[in-house]
Each structure stands twice: as structure tokens, then as C-alpha cells.
Write a protein of this length. Structure first.
Length: 293
């Protein structure tokens, strides 16, 4: 069996814990029945003994395979990781969504993507990464009880993402602790109004107003202070024509939405200004998790 799951960029500025989209940078996992448990890891994190063990994937896969079949069986897992880890591109959501999709498929249980999404919420409590990882495209999502309610909009192929991946990690858990427990009404209204406006712009494909809609006062600047070069990354991307430029998830990656025709210029400007960081130009993804049994 083959599972492929995309990276995601959450928040998109003001849409804290609610907006997110998928990009075409995929982790792939090959799973085969085996007499013994065996794991091999390639790509991102393959030099890190903790990541190589992939306890996050295995614990979710095993728990759900057992829940669905009542059995514990052995498999051979081959992980091909392309999503940078702890960089704000939804690496943990990708693992969760892949593990659940793999467990349902190997168990031979029929499922739909909504089921995977609601199960994923048990492992990641904000829906803005898991929703695009499952569905692809741009998504607005909220949680009521133990369910995710979400709406997807497909993204056009004349837009690209230029992502700047710093050489240092920011863990999501740590990056949430730098945020205040309470917000002032003015900051809340500033971001809330832009998140609503941004959703309307994505739904109506009005890209040129995203520069205004993508501003935020809830989390970005507070988090970017942990890596002050990010202010310069944002400035450089906007100066060279990015449609919008926002901290990806909790960071450290910066996500720049660009017209395909401008992608190379923006990519080169960012790479030459920040040679220590990795820059990728990526298509946007409308498929979400894909499984071939
Ligand atoms: N490919 C992977 N293999 C194993 N574990 C992973 C992988 N990707 C992510 N993880 C787990 O998720 C953690 C990163 O989650 P998080 O801090 O939320 O970063 P991100 O912003 O990339 O989602 C890692 O420390 C690791 O425990
Ligand atoms: N809304 C979350 C998104 C975290 O995304 P990640 O890719 O950094 O895990 C947050 O802002 O904490």
C-alpha cells in the first residue's frame, strides 16, 4: 500500500487555528505485510534517531488498526519524508493523517475523508493543518464537540507557493506558549475581520486584496520575534511581488503566495538574500491525502 500526504500552511496570517491550505510537497509511505516489524526512513529527519523510530506514526497506526480489526499484525514501513520537520509546514499533521489513512486501508475498512479528519482531531486539537492535509485546497475549519466542520475551495494552478524554510526549528507546542492567554478587543477585531475577509477573497478568487487581508495581530509578530530575520523575509517577499506573505503555522517557515509568472523572481530574491535558508517553489495541492492499496 502507498500513502501520500501533503504539507500544509496553517493560519495564513489572521486565520489562527482556522484557515489553512495544502502545498505539493508530499511525504510518501509504503506499507507491506511482514513477519516482523521493520522500518526504513529516507529524506527529512532520517539522520535523527527519534524521527527514524516514528513513534507518532506507529502509535496512531497500531492503535487504530487494533480498534478496527481487533488484531495486532506486523508490517514493513518505508517512510519517504519531504516535509521539513518542526518548521510550520504541518509535518505532525501529515504523519497523523497518513497513519490513520493507512490503518483504515490495511484493516480493509471502508471510510471517507470526513472520518479520517474527525479521527485526526483526537491527535491534533486545532483543525487548520489536518483539514487541508486530508482534503487538499484552501480550507476554513472549526471544531464543534469532537467534529471538524470545514469548507474547501480548490486553488488555481496559476498560483504557486514560495516557501522559505529556516535552518532552525520552532516547535508548535513551544510557539503556542509565547502567545498571551487574553487578547485586547482591538487586536481580536483586527484579526477576526481579516480572517473573514480573507475567506471571502479565497472563495471569490480575489487574490490582489490578500495583502491587506493577510495582516494579523494575534500571533505572527509575537512568534517572529523568536527569529527576527523573518521580518526581513516577509519584507523581501512583498517587495518582490508576493500576493501575501505569512508565517506558516507556528513557524519557522515563511509562506508566500505568488503568481506562477513571478515565482522565479521572488524565489531568486529570497534565496540570494537568505542563502542560509532553503527556498522551495511549490505548486498548490487540491488532492489532500491519497492512498493506493
Ligand atoms: N516524518 C516524521 N517522522 C516522524 N515524526 C515526525 C515526522 N514529522 C513530524 N514528526 C513529529 O512531529 C513533531 C513536529 O511537530 P510540530 O512541532 O507540530 O511541527 P510541524 O510544524 O512541522 O507540524 C516532531 O518533533 C516529531 O515528533
Ligand atoms: N494554528 C496552529 C498551527 C500550527 O501549525 P504547524 O505547522 O506549526 O504545526 C498554531 O498556530 O499553533
Amino acid at each position: 500500500m502507498f500513502v501520500s500526504v501533503p504539507a500544509t500552511s496553517a493560519n495564513l496570517g489572521p486565520g489562527f487555528d482556522t484557515l489553512g491550505l495544502a502545498v505539493d510537497l508530499r511525504n510518501e509511505i509504503i506499507i507491506k505485510p511482514s513477519k516482523f516489524l521493520s522500518i526504513s526512513t529516507h529524506g527529512e529527519g532520517s539522520d535523527n534517531p527519534k524521527i527514524k523510530k516514528n513513534t507518532l506514526f506507529l502509535s496512531i497506526f497500531n492503535e487504530n488498526y487494533k480498534r478496527l480489526t481487533g488484531r495486532t499484525d506486523n508490517f514493513r514501513f518505508e517512510f519517504h519524508n519531504r516535509i521539513p520537520i518542526s518548521r510550520g509546514l504541518g509535518s505532525s499533521s501529515a504523519v497523523i493523517v497518513a497513519a490513520l489513512s493507512a490503518a483504515y486501508t490495511t484493516a480493509g475498512v471502508r471510510y471517507n475523508k470526513r472520518e479520517i479528519l474527525n479521527q485526526a482531531l483526537r491527535y491534533e486539537h486545532h483543525p487548520d493543518n489536518i483539514t487541508p492535509a486530508v482534503m487538499g485546497g484552501f480550507n476554513v475549519a472549526c471544531v464543534e464537540g469532537d467534529r471538524v466542520y470545514s469548507k474547501k475551495r480548490r486553488l488555481p494552478d496559476y498560483l504557486n507557493a514560495v516557501v522559505v524554510v529556516p535552518n532552525r526549528t520552532i516547535s508548535t507546542a513551544k510557539s503556542r506558549t509565547v502567545l498571551p492567554k487574553m487578547y485586547r478587543k482591538e487586536e481580536t477585531v483586527y484579526s477576526l475581520s481579516r480572517a473573514a475577509y480573507m475567506t471571502a477573497l479565497f472563495m471569490s478568487e480575489s487574490w490582489d486584496l490578500l495583502r491587506i487581508a493577510s495582516k494579523d495581530k494575534l500571533h505572527q509578530a509575537r512568534r517572529m520575534k523568536m527569529m527576527p530575520e523573518l521580518f526581513e523575509v516577509q519584507k523581501t517577499a512583498l517587495k518582490h511581488g508576493a500576493v501575501m506573505s505569512t508565517l506558516s503555522g507556528s513557524g519557522s517557515t515563511f509562506f508566500n503566495l505568488v503568481y506562477e509568472k513571478d515565482a522565479q523572481k521572488i524565489h531568486s530574491a529570497l534565496q540570494s538574500r537568505f542563502p542560509q535558508f532553503r527556498v522551495f517553489t511549490l505548486a498548490l495541492d487540491n488532492n489532500g491525502v491519497m492512498v493506493k492499496s
